[in-house]
Design a protein around this ligand. Structure first.
Ligand code: ZN
Length: 268
């Protein structure tokens, strides 16, 4: 028997194909994100039924075709059953997977995103930190793994590191108040809007704790990222910054987000 590749990763999505098969998207350590077919995975007696669901983490033996892979065996090390049994957590988990699918590519080294997703699913399973914070942290960190995260340690214009700063989404991150004042003048706005905490076109006045959280997110490795908690105020600011960042730079509508927003709406 030929040696088939064994790929380690997480199933991101699973679509029925015809009556019996499934088409999977898997984020793998070895090959980045791949598409794989699982023949017969919809047949109740197939050994692949349980392994071809989103969140499943394990070692997948595949046969390589010209354009895709066929999964023939799976050794699961985490089914994340805690997520599947809880509608809210399922919604978060599916969104995390869809975001990872969007943010990764085939054949590239996506091991950092893989670690991040695994850490995020574990955080969801544990319920710590709370899912809304896990979501904000995950969203911001995935932007960094793509090299598209905000600059949070120095002014994007003059590179001043002392601050105080405002967060300016269109400029790409933190901006000292002097530069922000100049920019406001250039844009024909009044600098006093900054001092009065007014939020105008992508400007955010962030608490020190929110800056600290953003710097932690930017600099901490994925596996250690989901171990802090923040106040409700900081969480609100992180969520606002993340939403604005995604609107400006990602501009993609995620299928799973609609359901998640309904879930979050109920929990507020
Ligand atoms: Zn500056």
């Amino acid at each position: 028997m030929t040696d088939h590749p064994v790929l380690h990763g997480i199933v991101l999505s699973s679509m029925p194909m015809g009556e019996y098969d499934r088409r999977l998207s898997i984020l793998t350590k070895e090959r980045g994100r791949i598409s794989a077919f699982a023949r017969g995975a919809q047949r109740p007696k197939s050994s692949l039924v349980a392994a071809t669901q989103p969140f499943v983490t394990g070692a997948f033996t595949v046969v390589e075709g010209r354009n895709s892979y066929t999964m023939i065996r799976a050794e699961v090390n985490n089914y994340f059953t805690e997520l599947r049994g809880d509608l809210d957590k399922t919604c978060y988990g599916l969104y995390f997977c869809e975001l990872a699918e969007f943010a990764t590519e085939e054949y590239l080294d996506e091991s950092e995103t893989l670690q991040l997703l695994y850490a995020a699913l574990r955080a969801l399973a544990k319920g710590e930190p709370e899912p809304r914070l896990a979501r904000a942290v995950y969203e911001m960190k995935i932007a960094y793994t793509r090299g598209e995260g905000p600059q949070v340690s120095e002014c994007v214009r003059c590179r001043d590191t002392k601050g105080p700063f405002v967060f300016h989404v269109p400029s790409g991150g933190c901006m000292c108040r002097r530069c922000a004042g100049e920019l406001f003048d250039e844009e024909g706005r009044k600098a006093y809007e900054l001092r009065t905490q007014a939020v105008a076109s992508g400007y955010y006045n962030l608490d020190d704790s929110t800056w600290y959280a953003l710097r932690v997110i930017a600099s901490t490795q994925p596996s250690k990222l989901f171990s802090f908690s923040v106040s409700e105020e900081v969480l609100t600011q992180l969520r606002a910054v993340s939403a604005a960042w995604y609107e400006e730079y990602v501009d993609h509508s995620f299928r799973s987000l609609e359901m998640l927003l309904a879930v979050e709406g109920e929990n507020v």
